[in-house]
Design a protein around this ligand. Structure first.
Ligand code: CA
Length: 519
């Protein structure tokens, strides 16, 4: 804490330390530069797919086995990082998570309650929200976005073919993001959503399209390294940088060597399905089980590309002054619970995500069981960067920078909210005009509870697990609303639904279960 306080004292009015002001500040002959940020978040990368969990150093950190993966870069990184054991993606789906990451708000307020596509005009990142990247831009950061964005309602705005969509699929999923929707990102090498891993494409600042015919994480790492080296004059190297890298793998498809590199596949090709899918709740006889070696091959490839970017930071002497985060937008069930849907469920494989953060000297490497969620990322990182005064008023997430800096901090939530929305009403063209909040749930350090409703807002299904005794969530316990444990969980849920202005609170859904009036 001592070093932190010194930094915060220096950091008061951090803007004065940033380029555009004086570039850096000197105090007693010592220069303290504003930290850079490198935020890497592959898609659908589950918490359990990191090998270090099963090493003696991390024994018992999570309740279940790690996947039988090879992640040497993350294993090394984890020893130098704060490693979260209970980070969740509150609404474990692409666009809703990304909306929360950028705005610090829950999906009902970020503008992104559903996955964005051309049939869902109601789901698109608010242009008027002051995003994470808007704040960093105003504070003098040079910012870049690489990879998948998936935050905009696709419109017919193909720069090469004006008035047309860039995406041949219907409804269109991919989109080109014009400058006015980039929220302060100076350098753009991105796309909306596109799932052909060895034939990706990207749009640059000016809307030029690139089709590199390479496995996308490898290509993106090359582009990030080039940006860091500033080999094409991509950035103002006098400014601190903030780089977001959203790799699509290990997102599906994961069916063949068209989806990953052969060298990574070879690490798993000889393993039997039951050895790859060795979680107690996994069914290695599902058709999807044939995807497991390809999924894990993508994990290993992403690990290597993350390591290459980190290596570049080291070589240019910026590693120690860069906050490096590795996380994902949501997990992947991969044959657990016998379901095909990889995401959008409360099960630990989908709901939990990796979250590792390294900033030597400022945060000490250790395990952290904080129940942090998607909207907390922005305020927490801004807090850590000394920019807590710049956290926009509308942000609903919490700043847990003090927890990162001190294990003893009491600023800890006792639960995290789970959200699942589906399409609501549609107009006669089939466009979605509202969303329906079909399920809400709560996770504490011991329990997981989900309540699912029908279109009349009646309770139709519950899921309730004692995660301490049943870490693979195989026994759905009966739910009695008068049981003290359930009462407490519903009390937690009421808090979050009110805090986030959730439709369940607004419509008083299941008011006979959830007391919306209590303090
Ligand atoms: Ca995703």
């Amino acid at each position: 804490m001592k070093r932190l306080n010194k930094y915060l004292l220096l950091g008061l009015g951090l803007g004065a330390m940033l380029p555009g002001f004086t570039g850096c500040t000197a105090r007693k002959g010592e220069e303290k530069k504003a930290p850079n940020l490198l935020y890497v978040f592959p898609d659908q990368y589950r918490k359990h797919a990191m090998a270090f969990w099963d090493t003696p150093e991390f024994e018992g950190a999570i309740r279940t086995k790690a996947d039988p993966v090879k992640t040497p870069q993350l294993d090394q990184f984890a020893r130098e990082a704060v490693v979260f054991t209970n980070m969740v993606s509150n609404n474990p789906l692409c666009s809703p998570h990304r909306g929360s990451l950028l705005t610090g708000m829950f999906p009902g307020k970020s503008g992104v309650p559903l996955n964005c596509n051309a049939a869902r005009p109601i789901s698109s990142l608010r242009t008027d929200a002051v995003c994470f990247s808007d704040v960093l831009h105003a504070q003098g950061y040079e910012q870049a976005y690489f990879g998948k964005w998936h935050l905009d309602f696709p419109t017919p705005n193909d720069p090469a073919n004006p008035g047309n969509y860039v995406d041949p699929r219907r409804p269109a999923w991919d989109t080109y993001t014009p400058q006015e929707r980039r929220h302060g990102f100076d350098y753009w090498y991105s796309y909306g959503t596109w799932d052909v891993h060895k034939d990706p494409h990207y749009y640059d600042n000016d809307g030029n399209r690139y089709d590199p015919k390479e496995w996308s994480p490898q290509h993106e790492a090359d582009e990030v390294i080039s940006y860091l080296k500033n080999s094409k004059g991509q950035r103002n190297s006098d400014k601190p940088f903030a780089i977001f890298v959203s790799m699509n793998p290990p997102h599906n498809p994961y069916n063949s060597l068209n989806d990953c590199l052969e060298t990574d596949y070879n690490a798993y090709s000889d393993m039997a399905p039951e050895d790859l899918l060795h979680r107690d709740n996994a069914n290695p006889h599902m058709d999807k089980a044939q995807s497991a070696p390809f999924y894990f091959a993508n994990v290993t490839g992403v690990d290597r590309e993350f390591g290459r970017i980190v290596q570049q930071l080291k070589e240019m002497g910026e590693y120690e002054n860069t906050i490096v985060v590795f996380t994902s937008d949501h997990g992947e069930t991969m044959c657990s619970q016998g379901i095909k849907d990889p995401k959008n469920s409360i099960y630990t494989e989908a709901f939990d995500v990796p979250f590792l953060i390294r900033w030597p000297g400022m945060v000490k490497a250790r395990l952290e069981n904080l129940l942090m969620g998607s909207p907390d990322i922005m305020p927490t990182l801004l807090g850590l960067m000394g920019l807590e005064k710049n956290i926009p008023e509308e942000v609903q997430g919490f700043n847990y920078a003090d927890v990162l800096q001190s294990e003893e901090s009491a600023n800890r939530p006792t639960s995290a909210l789970y959200i699942r929305n589906v399409n609501g009403d549609k107009d006669d063209q089939g466009n979605v005009t509202s969303y329906f909040p079909i399920a809400r749930g709560i996770k504490t350090h011991q329990y997981t509870l989900e309540l699912v409703i029908n279109r009349k807002s009646e309770l139709v299904r519950t899921q309730f697990f004692n995660d301490n005794e049943d870490p693979y969530q195989q026994t759905n316990l009966p739910v009695d609303k008068n049981d003290p444990v359930i009462k407490q969980l519903l009390h937690e849920m009421a808090y979050w639904l009110k805090h986030s202005d959730d439709p369940w609170m607004e419509q008083k859904i299941l008011a006979d279960w959830i007391n919306y009036e209590e303090e």
